[in-house]
Design a protein around this ligand. Structure first.
Ligand SMILES: Nc1ncnc2c1ncn2[C@@H]1O[C@H](COP(=O)(O)OP(=O)(O)OP(=O)(O)O)[C@@H](O)[C@H]1O
Ligand SMILES: [Mg+2]
Length: 269
């Protein structure tokens, strides 16, 4: 998909494989969840990662982030094999990742500004004033009003919480963000606005986006590439058109069900 008229701050290789997952097998408590799963994501791409509930989408995400142990396989981020990386290399890789988790998007006892500053405190040694300014910039970047900075998560709407969590994921100016169902629970308009924001950020910041989603609107409007998790691996991957042509039963009913057909017609109108 063609990218927007972004002003490139740096030369980027759009063929660069930002994330490479090869033959990754994960078992939890003796139960096989992922079996030799492979997946690539290229720079600047918005990948939509779909699959039935309980298929293992969040498990894969947590494995990529190093929060869950894999039994076998290789994961490379920015060409660095995470198993072979030195502590310093691993730290450099971690600083280039942003994450919005499916559950517990924000710390409830911290204000939005303090939440956004969590990764900054963890990885950077910056004066308080600078951190405050940086956090406010991120808060503005995701379309929140400046007065949201001093609010606690309980004082925000669902859509604002997602935006604040996105601001925290962007705290360190990452090269790739992992978003686990960022629009779940939002009304269709707020969800569409969130999708637009993600596309805008990709276009202006050369961001690569790995998005776990159940949201067909998101898949049709925001994602360049779709990967479907099924039978413990990536069953099918490609463009939305490839999904629409797939004869794989789950993919067929998901992408060619009644609701999907309506969306497809609307997108092509
Ligand atoms: N910490 C854990 N301990 C035990 N089992 C787990 C753990 N985390 C995940 N699982 C199991 O792994 C499987 C995959 O779960 P996962 O959360 O990755 O699904 P998912 O595809 O993200 O589903 P959803 O779309 O509902 O979020 C499920 O059977 C789940 O019960
Ligand atoms: Mg999940």
């Amino acid at each position: 998909m063609a990218k927007g008229n972004s002003i490139k701050m740096k030369e980027v290789d759009e063929n660069e494989i930002v994330l490479s997952v090869r033959d990754v097998t994960v078992a939890i408590d003796g139960k096989l969840i992922l079996d030799k799963l492979s997946l690539d994501i290229r720079r600047g791409e918005i990948l939509g990662f779909v699959g039935a509930s309980g298929a293992g989408k969040s498990v894969l995400l947590r494995t990529i982030l190093g929060l869950l142990r894999k039994q076998s396989g290789t994961i490379k981020l920015f060409g660095v094999d995470v198993d072979k990386a030195s502590d310093m290399e691993r730290l450099r890789v971690d600083m280039r990742l942003g994450v919005l988790f499916q559950h517990g998007a924000l710390f409830s006892a911290l204000t939005v500004q303090e939440n956004v500053q969590v990764p900054m405190r963890e990885y950077l040694d910056l004066p308080r004033k600078l951190m405050d300014e940086l956090a406010l910039l991120k808060i503005e970047l995701v379309g929140l009003p400046p007065d949201a900075a001093q609010k606690f998560p309980s004082e925000l709407s669902g859509g604002m919480i997602k935006r604040a969590a996105l601001a925290r994921a962007l705290a360190l100016d990452p090269d790739i963000v992992f978003l686990d169902e960022p629009t779940s629970g939002l009304d269709p308009i707020s969800a569409a606005e969130f999708d637009e924001l993600v596309v805008k950020l990709r276009d202006t910041m050369d961001l690569t986006v790995y998005m776990v989603t159940h949201d067909l609107d998101t898949l049709f409007t925001a994602c360049d590439h779709v990967a479907v998790l099924g039978k413990k691996k990536v069953l099918v991957e490609g463009t939305i058109d490839d999904m629409l042509k797939s004869e794989e039963p789950w993919v067929k009913s998901y992408f060619r069900g009644k609701r999907a057909r309506q969306l497809d017609l609307a997108a092509r109108a």
